[in-house]
Design a protein around this ligand. Structure first.
Ligand code: GLU
Length: 494
């Protein structure tokens, strides 16, 4: 058998997600168990949403968890570059091949036409998708329009009838009817590839033998398989892992649970415990042992032990496991060292000290004032939020709108946070002092504390989000109806 090669292919469009780490872990265990290689590839084809910061955070998060890669950014390898934005020429050559063989075609349809088509299909209760309009164009007409520089995308041809059947390593045969598969855009009008095209070309060129990815990609498998066939390439083994779920069984999302690895790092979880917990998602050691490390999991790894029922990412269970790690795997010296590094890292302390120094008279005042920088969410009660001007509802609105504003920030620093929140206070027609009051409480648990803007800056978005959410819950939460109204009002802010 040729070498086993697996990969994790994150898109750097947001915080490093626990789901990415989970899929990376299983790919790495599978490859290494079989003496193969685990590759990291950055899928930054979405130039608008991809950011350098997100890429850096993802690499750091995987590194923190110990999920090192054998080829990829930072270390290179035989099949690089490992970042799609640096592989433009490769995609250009490959799309040419599909155009020449007639497996792909230029499509000149305007977004206006596509919108109308979609609306019509929806009102006819028909399958929504491209209708093949531009397939009817003759080769001369196509050549002339392309030569004239007319804007177009390139789509792949899809069979009209029949179904695509493939063998999923975990699920066995899966059949999807071609009528459910759209004529996927492969190259966008700016000449850049879409995920589907770049992913297939790269998996092939990087000699990926097993594509192990989240179940949300299962419906894309037919398109991918067809692309391999158009190129005349072998299709890698496909394996779709069950998605992580919230305790209520819904798909794990940051709306319900913190999903960023950075959050767990900032909250003082041990990377070994976190990794162990991810290994328990749908998988068990043959011995039934609950505590295991990466090496042990790799050694005993058997993909057939993955159970398909949606694994629940339950923070209470993670807390329990983390506590067990703290008690059983750290001696007192290690605990002291790791705790000090976590709580009093030079970087954090340098930023907190100027805030505290202005407000204390004795060192013994520091803990009271600054404990919220290293504590869990502050203990809050609704009484704390009684305010002479603001109703509880108004404060929920401030907290939610602030969160949305902060989530939309492109740069995370004091100036951006300040101008964003000041802008919001202005839009809501509130005095900044009143506006900041619920934020002070949510962040520090106190009505008056160190500068809330600077504190948010230091605590970063993950922790801030968790605290604003917790405060909203204490204030009674946001019902579905309320959420709709808030969203509408938020959108209409000028
Ligand atoms: N870039 C895709 C993602 O972010 C990769 C999916 C795949 O593994 O094919 O999820």
């Amino acid at each position: 058998m040729s070498e086993i090669r697996t990969r994790i292919a994150p898109s750097p469009t947001g915080d490093p997600h626990v789901g990415t780490a989970y899929i990376a872990l299983f790919n790495r265990c599978f490859a290494h168990h079989h003496g193969g290689k685990f590759i990291l590839r950055i899928e930054d084809t979405d130039q608008v949403r991809s950011t350098d910061q997100s890429e850096k955070d993802i690499l750091e998060a995987l590194g923190w968890l110990g999920l090192s890669w054998d080829e990829g950014p930072g270390i290179g390898g035989e099949y690089g570059p490992y970042k799609q934005s640096e592989r433009g020429e490769i995609y250009d050559q490959h799309i040419k091949q599909l155009l020449d063989t007639g497996s792909a075609f230029p499509c000149f349809c305007t977004s206006h036409r596509l919108d109308d088509l979609r609306k019509q299909q929806m009102s006819d209760k028909a399958a929504v998708g491209y209708d093949g309009h531009c397939l009817q164009l003759g080769p001369e007409a196509v050549a002339a329009r392309v030569a004239a520089g007319e804007e177009h995308v390139i789509r792949m041809k899809i069979p009209k009838e029949g179904e695509c059947t493939f063998d999923d390593m975990l699920r066995g045969p899966v059949s999807i009817s071609w009528s459910q598969v759209d004529m996927q855009v492969l190259i966008k009008s700016d000449g850049k590839p879409t995920y589907h095209f770049a992913n297939v070309v790269d998996d092939h060129l990087m000699r990926i033998s097993h594509v192990i990815r989240g179940e949300e990609w299962i419906n894309s498998a037919p398109k991918h398989i067809l692309l391999y066939q158009y190129f005349g390439w072998d299709v890698p083994v496909l394996c779709h892992m069950p998605l992580l779920r919230n305790p209520d069984k819904s798909k794990l999302s940051k709306r319900k649970n913190p999903t960023s690895i950075g959050y767990y790092q900032a909250m003082g979880y041990l990377p070994e415990a976190m990794l162990n917990y991810l290994g328990m998602m749908g998988w068990t050691m043959p011995t039934g042992e609950e505590m295991f490390n990466l090496q042990e999991m790799t050694h005993s790894f058997d993909i057939n032990r993955v159970s398909l029922g949606g694994p629940i990412f339950d923070i209470q269970k993670l807390d329990w496991l983390n506590g067990k790690y703290i008690r059983e795997s750290l001696d007192d010296q290690q605990f002291a060292k790791l705790f000090a590094e976590w709580a009093f890292s030079a970087d954090k302390i340098q930023r907190i000290v100027p805030l505290l120094k202005q407000r204390v008279e004795r060192f013994c005042d520091v803990a009271e004032l600054g404990s919220f920088f290293i504590s869990a969410n502050p203990t809050l009660s609704i009484e704390l939020f009684e305010h002479k001007v603001l109703t509880i509802e108004a404060q929920i609105k401030i907290l939610q709108f602030s969160l949305w504003h902060l989530e939309a920030l492109e740069v995370w620093n004091r100036e951006f946070i300040e101008s964003s929140l000041q802008g919001l206070a202005g839009q809501l027609d509130l005095k900044i002092r009143d506006f900041l009051s619920p934020l002070f409480l949510a962040i520090s648990g106190k009505a008056v504390s160190t500068s809330v803007i600077e504190s948010i800056d230091i605590l970063k978005l993950d922790i801030t989000r968790a605290r604003l959410r917790a405060a909203i819950d204490v204030l009674g939460g946001i019902s579905k109806k309320m959420a709709k109204n808030l969203e509408r009002e938020y959108r209409s802010l000028d």
